[in-house]
Ligand binder design. Structure first.
Ligand SMILES: *[C@@H]1O[C@H](CO)[C@@H](O)[C@H](O)[C@H]1NC(C)=O
Ligand SMILES: *[C@@H]1O[C@H](CO)[C@@H](O)[C@H](O)[C@H]1NC(C)=O
Ligand SMILES: *[C@@H]1O[C@H](CO)[C@@H](O)[C@H](O)[C@H]1NC(C)=O
Length: 276
């Protein structure tokens, strides 16, 4: 079986394991592939992972693989029920997918916020949240005052939708909101109440790993700092999972090191990507 933690859905180490007190200092995190929709990229493959997400995770001390299963959500829920840690992280579409998996519904509304970096409107749940309760001094100030969270979405979950959907409300706590180009409030950061499941509608990884000058990626020292903070946070979550491959051979064959990223900076907003 696969060891794991997700992005765009990252997910954490699978496979049964003893109740955890020790840290797993060799975590491996799975990243869910995206469909290639851009015509220019189709010659390379039908699915891809942008190198941005890989570097984001690797920068915090883990290895990455591309899992061939889509059952991470079910596994995370079942693992937690049986006392095993199985973290999941959703970025942008990953955030949106989490809300669909939790509710069984497509709750997206138009919330245009494209190519714009915003300070988060943090909620009162922040101080007790897993994501932020151990944040270093100054981090919340940067997040709430500086334009460090890059938004690249046309759709989202409005604060109103969240408030009125019992399943979402029971499962997640809203940690921040923002307003779209038309002033509509959408949920920008959330975490599950009883599971290690986290979602951000914005893109923490671009601050360090995307450079197209056609877009407004935030690269200030504080933007870089918060990007590293979230990578460290999630990889630390993955270290709480003892899930692992059954053999070193199986592990080596699955790691993303077996694939070579392609240069696509001249035909996309990414620098490089892995194609499958
Ligand atoms: C900030 O979030 C609160 C809800 O937590 C909301 O009532 C308020 O309108 C938001 N402010 C802005 C500027 O979006
Ligand atoms: C993104 O925003 C930047 C800064 O506001 C602007 O210079 C750039 O033209 C925008 N790019 C697109 C594709 O809209
Ligand atoms: C993009 O760069 C690659 C690698 O240098 C090159 O082979 C390809 O022709 C370029 N494509 C375009 C459209 O410029």
């Amino acid at each position: 079986m696969v060891p794991l933690s997700w992005l765009l859905l990252f997910f954490g180490p699978l496979l049964t394991c003893p109740a955890v007190t020790e840290l797993n200092t060799r975590p491996i995190i799975g990243i869910v592939v995206q469909q290639v929709t851009d015509k220019e990229l189709l010659p390379f493959g039908n699915t891809f992972i942008a190198d941005t997400y890989v570097k984001f995770l690797e920068s915090a001390g883990c290895r990455v693989l591309c899992p061939d299963c889509q059952i991470f959500y079910k596994l995370a829920i079942e693992s937690t029920a049986s006392g095993h840690y199985f973290p999941i992280w959703g970025t942008c579409m990953g955030f949106q997918l989490l809300t669909a998996l939790t509710t069984g519904m497509d709750l997206l509304s138009s919330t245009p916020s494209y190519n714009v970096s915003l300070p988060l409107n943090l909620t009162s749940h922040v101080s007790s949240s897993k994501m932020f309760r151990n944040a270093p001094p100054g981090l919340l100030q940067v997040l709430s005052q500086e334009q460090v969270t890059a938004n690249f979405h046309h759709f989202g979950i409005t604060a109103q939708t969240f408030k009125t959907n019992e399943k979402l409300n029971n499962f997640y706590r809203v940690l921040s909101t923002n307003r779209d180009e038309n002033g509509v409030e959408f949920v920008s950061t959330m975490e599950a109440r009883n599971y290690p499941i986290y979602g951000v509608q914005w893109h923490p990884e671009v601050n360090r790993f995307q450079w197209s000058s056609d877009y407004a990626f935030p690269h200030s020292p504080s933007a870089v700092w918060i990007s590293q903070y979230f990578a460290d946070f999630f990889v630390n979550e993955a270290r709480k999972s003892q899930n692992h491959f059954e053999s070193v051979e199986e592990e080596e064959a699955a790691l993303i090191y077996n694939w070579t990223p392609k240069y696509i900076a001249n035909i996309s907003t990414y620098e490089q990507a892995y194609f499958f």
